[in-house]
Design a binder for this molecule. Structure first.
Ligand code: ATP
Ligand code: MG
Length: 629
């Protein structure tokens, strides 16, 4: 089964019906229950993000739910983000909603437009789209700075916030801890007018960075430390990529995030478990701002799910950046990287990643997903989609010594094989509807010399070996003939021996061709063989660079419990070889996926492969799961 990459929001009209083919989970149940109860049915939408008045002036919200994917543009997205993207955009698609792409760029120090572009690319490539009537651009949290400032002023005026001049160290000590309730700041009871004056001076640049902060006034004795008067604004002189030097105070993430959700009329704000303890503040803040008439009701609600942990993979942006900057890998899009650009270059498809996200589902408790699950999804997607091709990865020449005699000197015999064997079965002769496009075929030629895999010949066959081996004496001293195999799509051949160099290395395998046995001709069944081997003609084979990738780490949990992840880097995670491929492979489009028959799934490298003249392929995944072996 594969999942078609439909743009999420294009289907906003498709209705809130649950898809019975998709595994249900607690978030689906929450949404289905909200839709049934009409929790959000009365919401209005002002056509763009805004405050209560803006949305109040709009019509009923055409989106049944609103979710969001809010990356901080401070790095490349990885497989964990892919899960979050598929989840948020997928839920919006499935329930007649809209998912917002929002750049959470309220922290001025770490952001970069390079990351903004790569995030847009990644979301689009995964098959999702955030556009809706009247809006095609992603949202940016920094566009809400004015509102955030207004919200802070309101909290001060209503007695819900104060400026605190304690040092960070004093604040930390006075916050208390698990068993010890906190101590009120000496400035906690300053008048709203005083607080407002000071906050305006903060904004006007009258104080040094870090000299004071604005704090919400909640409860210093709360058992939840996040409710002990959290800081909501700080002084930070930093140039912001969107707002430049307009601001020298910036909102804290915990203050900014609920407001961003509310301005965008998000209904279900889905985040990872580490934000669970922030939920009371999220709710507290939005209730205060709804009371004050600043934000529309009902407020968005936050739900937490377990982040993706994948064995053999690290998903911390900081650690991935270290791999890049220390040149342990060749950039963010190195095919060994779990970034979306890396997975793409490795040969992963959007459909495989969507399938993976569906299959692992969402849960409320942390667990590890086996890397093999991800690989299985790719195999499943490519099985019917990837064109087949022959590639010889460890070549030795096979010479058909009777070729010129029985086939004609220098003769090249054209051969064909289906590019998509599954499609070929589906449209067998006579049943294909008129005008149907026939399944594609591959064309190549056989002559006197072909390349075969070195491992397809043995002087002395091990028990059960069915490929090429020479004549040998039988139990009674009689000579038994050499073994016969089919060159797949070509002829049956009979092995006669091998030539070697001075070091005993085999230079040529020798065989004779049985001329009436060509695949697809009436004589093809006349000789029974136990094996068919893949091959590439010497006349039309093309040299290709093939990059054989293995896992990047040898340890299944490379960075668990503070381990040094660099210590378990796999020294042979990349092996580059020269293979010989059939002509159709040399003509691959960059980024095209293939199954190299018997070897695995490969992709023509998006960057380095040059169609026709310089083929370069990356190993995406082997044919079978061989991790445990
Ligand atoms: P990092 O801590 O490595 O910088 P992050 O979680 O802070 O990553 P953001 O850009 O803030 O990265 O994340 C955007 C969204 O992606 C968040 O809503 C977050 O919940 C989600 N996300 C990030 N990592 C994972 C993961 N491993 N599994 C599921 N969702 C994730
Ligand atoms: Mg983050």
């Amino acid at each position: 089964m594969t999942i078609a990459p439909t743009p999420a929001n294009a289907h906003a009209a498709s209705g809130p019906l649950a898809d019975p083919n998709k595994p249900s989970h607690f978030l689906r149940q929450i949404i289905e229950s909200d839709l049934e109860k009409g929790t959000y049915a009365q919401r209005r939408w002002g056509g763009s993000p805004g405050d209560a008045a803006h949305h109040g002036a709009g019509g009923p919200d055409p989106a049944k739910i609103r979710t969001r994917f809010p990356p901080e543009p401070n790095g490349y997205l990885h497989i964990g983000h892919a899960k979050s993207i598929c989840l948020n955009f997928g839920l919006a698609r499935d329930y007649g909603g809209v998912c917002h792409l929002r750049f959470d760029d309220t922290n001025p120090e770490k952001e970069d437009t390079e990351y903004v572009d790569s995030i847009i690319d990644a979301v689009n490539w995964l098959g999702f789209d955030w556009s809706q009537p009247g809006n095609t651009l992603p949202y940016q949290a920094s566009d809400y700075f004015d509102f955030m400032y207004r919200a802070a002023v309101y909290l001060i005026e209503a007695g819900h916030a104060y400026v605190d001049e304690q040092t960070p160290e004093q604040m930390r000590i006075n916050r208390g801890d698990f068993g010890k309730s906190g101590l009120n700041s000496p400035q906690r009871d300053r008048s709203p007018a005083d607080n407002l004056a000071r906050f305006e001076q903060m904004r006007d640049g009258r104080y040094e960075d870090g000299a004071m902060v604005l704090r919400a006034k909640i409860d210093m004795a709360s058992p939840n430390i996040n409710m002990r008067d959290p800081a909501i604004y700080r002084i930070r002189r930093a140039n912001h990529h969107n707002t430049g030097d307009t601001w020298c105070i910036y909102p804290m993430y915990t203050f900014a995030h609920p407001i961003e959700d509310a301005l965008e009329q998000i209904t279900h704000s889905i985040c990872t478990l580490e934000f669970e303890d922030q939920r009371p503040f999220y709710d507290w803040l939005l209730q205060r701002l709804i009371e004050g008439g600043l934000l529309a009701s009902p407020a968005p609600k936050q739900y937490e799910f377990a982040r993706l942990n994948l064995t053999y993979v690290i998903t911390s942006k900081r650690k991935l950046a270290q791999l890049v900057y220390d040149q342990r890998v060749n950039g963010w899009d190195d095919p060994r990287m779990p970034t979306i650009v890396g997975l793409r270059r490795r040969g992963y498809t959007p459909e495989a990643l969507q399938l993976f996200a569906e299959r692992i589902g969402v849960s409320k408790s942390d667990s590890w997903i086996e890397y093999a699950t991800l690989e299985g999804c790719l195999r499943e997607d490519l099985e019917t989609k990837a064109q087949r091709g022959f590639a010889v990865l460890n070549p030795v020449k096979l010479v058909l010594s009777n070729w010129d005699e029985v086939m004609g000197a220098g003769h090249l015999e054209p051969c064909t094989q289906p590019a998509l064997p599954h499609a070929a079965h589906g449209a067998s002769a006579g049943t294909a509807p008129e005008g149907a496009v026939p399944p594609p075929e591959r064309h190549f030629a056989i002559g006197q010399e072909v390349w075969i895999e070195r491992e397809d010949y043995e002087d002395v066959p091990p028990k059960g070996y069915k490929r090429l081996y020479p004549p040998r004496s039988g139990p009674d001293g009689e000579m038994l003939p050499g073994n016969k195999v089919r060159l797949k799509g070509g002829y049956v051949i009979e092995c006669t021996g091998a030539n070697r160099d001075a070091n005993g290395i085999i230079t040529e395998v020798l065989a004779t061709v049985l001329p009436d046995t060509k695949s697809g001709t009436p004589g093809s069944d006349s000789v029974k063989v136990k094996a068919a081997i893949t091959w590439v003609g010497v006349a039309d084979g093309v040299n290709a660079e093939v990059r054989l990738y293995d896992r990047l780490f040898l340890d299944a949990n490379p960075d668990a419990s503070g381990k040094d992840f660099l210590a378990s880097l796999n020294p042979s995670s990349l092996k580059v070889i020269t293979a010989i491929v059939e002509p159709s492979l040399a003509n691959a489009r960059p980024g095209q996926n293939f199954q190299f028959e018997r070897h695995g799934y490969f992709v023509a490298d998006r960057i380095d492969h040059v169609q026709g003249s310089k083929p370069v392929f990356n190993l995406a995944v082997g044919l079978r799961d061989s991790w445990g072996k």
